[in-house]
Design a protein around this ligand. Structure first.
Ligand code: GLV
Ligand code: GLV
Length: 322
């Protein structure tokens, strides 16, 4: 009998094609995620779950699935939606999709950095509103990127990829990363500093830490106040790394210059969110890895993890053990 799996959303065919010949596969066909209750019901008796970052996978859900559950394969690099300790206690393997989305996510972080620095969104709105009457010496002036100081918080794969891009703009690059070695820093061309100094000296602060108890609200009222009044904050990791109310207050009162976000808290952001009315907030809907090639590669990786897990093989891409 084939192992059974539940795939929590339709992922690119490149992944489904790998799963289908090996597994009895059920796919959640709705474009919105399965509500927790539906997910709990649908995973009953399955050997594997392919999850997305929108699915809460906790101990109760694992128990509802049953003791035969062997693998949770996350279609994302981040896995803060999964209770890793609960999975480990139950002997359930967890896979994710690191590496393949590094460059796409770093590209988006840099796109946001540049768009916020040069006020691209405001420029588009300026034309649409009929304000473009002539070439103006002092309208829509932005920040220089070349030669500016970039602070990278979290020097993992994505943080390093952002540093490579910054090198091309002759930026001075500071990084804060408790786990980075001097060798890693030298290779990445960054200077390791403590968070306070990074916040004080950076023109741009880009966040690349995973969300966990230590990084939740890492950017808050206090840390925002340490930043330059012209500083631009870029967040492409997880919304709750930033205290969003504190960010709103900081942006609306000139504590920092601007923010560009690919992630919010909560997601989705309500269209009525006051942040969307601030000219110095640029927000896109969690599209860091959203390129055709990257999403295909993620699908293949998540499928390979799933198939390995249900057939009792070591996962090619397990989440790291802490
Ligand atoms: C997306 O946010 C991911 O973690 O892959
Ligand atoms: C994710 O790929 C990271 O380690 O930054």
């Amino acid at each position: 009998m084939k192992p059974t799996v539940f795939v929590a959303r339709r992922i690119p065919d490149a992944g489904l094609k790998i799963i289908e010949p090996v597994c009895e596969m059920q796919v959640w066909e709705n474009s919105l995620p399965p509500p927790y209750e539906n997910l709990t019901a649908r995973v009953k008796g399955v050997d594997g779950i392919l999850s997305l970052l929108t699915d809460r996978i906790d101990g109760a859900l694992m128990d509802a699935a049953g003791a035969q559950l062997k693998i949770i394969s996350q279609y994302a690099v981040g896995y803060d939606n999964i209770d890793v300790a609960a999975a480990r206690e139950r002997g359930i393997a967890i896979g994710h999709t690191p590496g393949v989305l590094t460059e796409a996510t770093a590209d988006l972080a840099f796109a946001l950095l540049m768009a916020a620095a040069r006020r691209i969104q405001e420029g588009v709105e300026y034309i649409r509103a009929g304000h473009w009457k002539t070439w103006e010496p002092t309208t829509l002036l932005g920040a220089d990127i070349t030669g500016a100081t970039l602070g990278i918080v979290g020097l993992g794969r994505i943080g390093k990829a952002v540093a490579r891009r910054a090198g091309g703009f002759d930026m001075r690059i500071l990084a804060h990363s408790p786990s980075a070695t001097a060798e890693t820093a030298a290779e990445a061309g960054v200077t390791l500093v403590d968070l306070d100094r990074l916040l004080r000296e950076s023109d741009f602060v880009s966040l690349h830490v995973p969300l966990n108890a230590r990084t939740r609200h890492l950017i808050n009222r206090d840390t925002l106040r340490k930043m330059k009044p012209t500083a631009i904050l870029i967040n492409t990791t997880r919304g709750p790394v930033v205290d969003q109310q504190a960010l709103y207050d900081a942006l609306s009162s000139g504590v920092i210059g601007a923010a560009a976000l690919d992630v919010t808290d909560p997601e989705p952001m309500s269209p009525d969110d006051p942040l969307l009315r601030l000219p110095n907030a640029l927000i896109v809907p969690h599209v860091g890895s959203a390129t055709i090639k990257t999403r295909d590669r993620m699908a293949v990786m998540a499928a390979e993890n799933l198939v390995a897990g249900v057939t009792g093989k070591p996962l090619p891409h397990p989440v790291p053990s802490k």
